[in-house]
Design a protein around this ligand. Structure first.
Ligand SMILES: Nc1nc2c(ncn2[C@@H]2O[C@H](COP(=O)(O)OP(=O)(O)OP(=O)(O)O)[C@@H](O)[C@H]2O)c(=O)[nH]1
Ligand SMILES: [Mg+2]
Length: 424
């Protein structure tokens, strides 16, 4: 999809991290595994790794002096074309490391931004990525420029904002305010669409979860939406919403959106706020979890943290269904059912790939929606026969009997339309 090459050859990268204070080595290793996946998605190959246990990262160089020496040797041995830090480096650290190693230096944020740049499809997505990249780069122009002139191209240089590297800060500032203004317009248009949606009383169910959990696969399985599903991180950036009819005839809107990850760059969260916040405007949240991932618990924690950061859940009291996916990868069913999430309201086990358990998931959704409705038994006079249309559209009509004095109805209806029916 985009140019993965650096002067004609694939980038070869050494990943490194500091294991701070009392952090578990195993967690740092897992994070570096993920960093390796991120680099692979961005088109680079990882050829080595280095971890330094330290109280905290060095202010000037991130690593200690001795480790820098070790890293330099590793670069020689492996023929690496660059190094990548698993944390976001400060502008000073980036510049100092570039000088000390005389090689291209990247960090986790740069790689994530690069992937987002390559995957942004919509106008809104592109604006968001460019905004995040410009804000990130604005403070790092000096260090990046020297490393770029040394190696020209590859990760960190792609995207809508790439040509802006050579221009001065004032121009960047102007561009940032222009982008912000354009984004405000796009976002207000989206708000309008959301308002219309909520006026239509159709319940919205949003799919959230860690990147690569299988969110798009689930949406595709049930609605044939045709969203790109890939064994890559951040395959989806733009929200996709599809209509879906439940067994009772009740219509819902299903929304798939961008995934979460540990250490999601701060500028990205800011720029992508309206996309990431999609779940805020839904009635039910499906939290899709890759049950077969050994870092499952950490990933779930990250998703809850991100939801909290976006102020979803606490103020809104949403129903969360945890959907343990990829169960086809777990043969032992006892082991499968021992996987639990104690925070969510409900837990369901599925395989979005084979469809196993998906019907039960939608039964649970149906039950939750029904419980959020009022049960009514009422006889409407024939002059109000039009109200049956409203019930059919927004609720679930169970019985209708045409009696002498009117139409007897038994139904579940959303509380919001009781007034319209003259029943509040
Ligand atoms: N074995 C198995 N693989 C699955 C299942 N569901 C999804 N996958 C695979 O997992 C990978 C990621 O799936 P996606 O649907 O793209 O994941 P996503 O959550 O949308 O990921 P992002 O958009 O990148 O955040 C793909 O290779 C899917 O084929 C499942 O139930 N079983
Ligand atoms: Mg996806």
């Amino acid at each position: 999809m985009y140019d993965n090459e650096l002067d004609g050859k694939k980038e070869k990268v050494i990943v490194f991290a500091v294991a701070v204070g009392d952090s578990e080595l195993q967690d740092v290793e897992a994070s570096l595994d993920e960093m390796t996946e991120l680099l692979k998605t961005a088109g680079a190959e990882t050829c080595g790794r280095l971890i330094q246990p330290r109280e905290y990262p060095d202010h000037g160089l991130y690593l200690g002096k001795g480790k820098i020496e070790e890293l330099r040797e590793l670069i020689c041995e492996t023929g690496a074309t660059g190094v990548c830090c698993d944390d976001e480096l400060s502008p000073a650290q980036l510049m100092n490391l570039t000088d000390a190693l005389d090689i291209k230096v990247m960090d986790r944020t740069m790689v994530i931004l690069d992937i987002f740049a390559a995957h942004a499809g919509s106008y809104e997505g592109k604006l968001q990525v460019e905004l995040a990249q410009l804000k990130f780069r604005a403070t790092r122009l000096v260090g990046m420029r020297s490393s770029l002139s040394r190696l020209g191209g590859g990760i960190g240089t792609r995207g809508p904002g790439e040509k802006k590297l050579e221009i001065d800060r004032r121009v960047i500032r102007d561009r940032i305010s222009r982008l912000k203004a354009e984004l405000r317009e796009v976002v207000s248009r989206r708000d309008e669409q959301r308002k219309q949606r909520s006026r239509s009383h159709i319940p919205v169910v949003s799919i959230v979860g860690y990147t690569n959990a299988g969110k798009s696969t689930l949406l595709n399985y049930v609605t044939g939406a045709g969203v790109l599903e890939e064994d890559k991180l951040f395959a989806t950036l733009d929200p996709t919403t599809r209509n879906y009819g439940l067994k009772s005839g009740q219509q819902i809107l299903l929304t798939d959106t961008v995934g979460f990850i540990r250490k999601l760059p701060h500028h990205l969260v800011e720029a992508f706020k309206s996309t990431l916040e999609e779940a805020k405007y839904s009635d039910i949240i499906l939290h899709v979890v890759d049950a077969s991932d050994e870092n499952r618990d950490k990933n779930m924690e990250t998703v809850y943290d991100t939801l909290r950061q976006l102020k979803i859940d606490e103020e809104t009291e949403k129903t969360i269904i945890t959907v343990f996916n990829k169960t086809d990868m777990i043969e032992n069913k006892d082991e499968l059912y021992s996987i639990k999430d104690l925070i969510s309201d409900r837990t369901v086990y599925i395989s979005a790939k084979t469809g196993w358990g998906v019907e039960e998931l939608f039964d649970v959704i149906e039950e939750i929606l029904r419980n959020s409705k009022s049960y009514i038994r009422h006889t409407f006079p024939y002059t109000e026969a039009g109200k049956l249309g409203i019930i059919r559209k927004y609720g679930e009509l169970i019985t209708e009997e045409y009696l002498e004095d009117g139409i007897f109805v038994e139904a579940y209806v959303p509380k919001a339309i009781l007034g319209q029916l003259g029943l509040d």
